[in-house]
Design a protein around this ligand. Structure first.
Ligand SMILES: Nc1ncnc2c1ncn2[C@@H]1O[C@H](COP(=O)(O)OP(=O)(O)OP(=O)(O)O)[C@@H](O)[C@H]1O
Length: 256
């Protein structure tokens, strides 16, 4: 898959996960992720998308198989964003975003400078002093993305981050996320139920099949970047969405 090029940034080799209750969540997942790729992981509920991310984050260990990295990651090398923004309600936005730097004992002045710059990038410069309850859902998600990126991770793991947002806010966040990715060049693994969102963002779609969770298709998405609203009405975008949708339907048929 990766040819004779450089070693993949991250590789899952035959990863299988059986939880203690007997559930076989993943079976024989082999996936090489290149440095700077933007992967969309799509699949029906329960096919193991979150479990893949949790393995990559080191939150769970595989029952069999292994995960290898081209080089060891520094502290803060992996950022995570979930569907719930999980901000600390009692802390101001700037303190929420600075938390990973405080944990990494980054000097305060440097940490504050990084937080200020990142809040500006995600459009929250005017809300640094606000509390999470004063922010809309989309703004809370922006804060959550800023917190995940403040350590300058090489890898950003996102699990249905925009699912709870309205369509317009979601599209705006898609665009802003792409801008951050193009600027910071992190590798991204983005779990979504939406084929349209996955194709809009990613340069590669992993389609999963359920029971047990496995990779059904690995589809390159060759649409050019930068991507913007014009892409949504582009025939190539429609064609790519159709390819991924058909693979998804096929994955479900196999499972039925
Ligand atoms: N800690 C756990 N213990 C037991 N079973 C688990 C655990 N975590 C996940 N599972 C099971 O593993 C399977 C895969 O779950 P996972 O959450 O990875 O799927 P998913 O594709 O992310 O689903 P969704 O789209 O609904 O979030 C499911 O059957 C789930 O019930």
């Amino acid at each position: 898959m990766m040819g004779q090029g450089p070693a993949p940034f991250l590789e899952l080799q035959g990863v299988t996960k059986r939880f203690p209750n007997g559930t076989l969540a993943l079976t024989d997942i082999s996936l090489a992720v290149g440095d700077g790729e933007f992967l969309a992981i799509v699949g029906a509920s329960g096919c193991g998308k979150s479990t893949i991310l949790r393995h990559v984050a080191g939150l769970v260990a595989p029952t069999a198989g292994r995960i290898t990295w081209s080089q060891p990651l520094a502290a803060g090398g992996v950022g995570m964003v979930f569907q719930e923004p999980t901000l600390m309600p009692w802390a101001r936005i700037r303190d929420n975003v600075r938390l990973p730097l405080d944990l990494a004992k980054v000097p305060r002045a440097e940490a504050d400078a990084r937080v200020t710059a990142l809040l500006a990038q995600v459009g929250l410069a005017d809300y640094a002093q606000a509390y999470p309850r004063e922010l809309s859902g989309g703004m809370k998600m922006r804060a959550s993305i800023a917190r995940a990126l403040v350590t300058r991770p090489r890898l950003l793991l996102m699990d249905e981050p925009f699912a709870a947002l309205d369509e317009i806010t979601r599209q705006k966040l898609n665009d802003d996320l792409l801008a951050l990715w193009r600027e910071q060049r992190f590798t991204a693994m983005f779990v979504t139920h939406s084929v349209y969102e996955g194709v809009y963002l990613a340069n590669r779609a992993i389609v999963m099949a359920p029971r047990p969770g496995r990779i059904h298709a690995d589809i390159p998405l060759d649409l050019p970047y930068p991507r913007d609203e014009a892409l949504r009405t582009d025939a190539r975008y429609a064609a790519a969405c159709r390819t991924v949708s058909l693979a998804l339907a096929d994955a479900m048929r196999g499972a039925a």
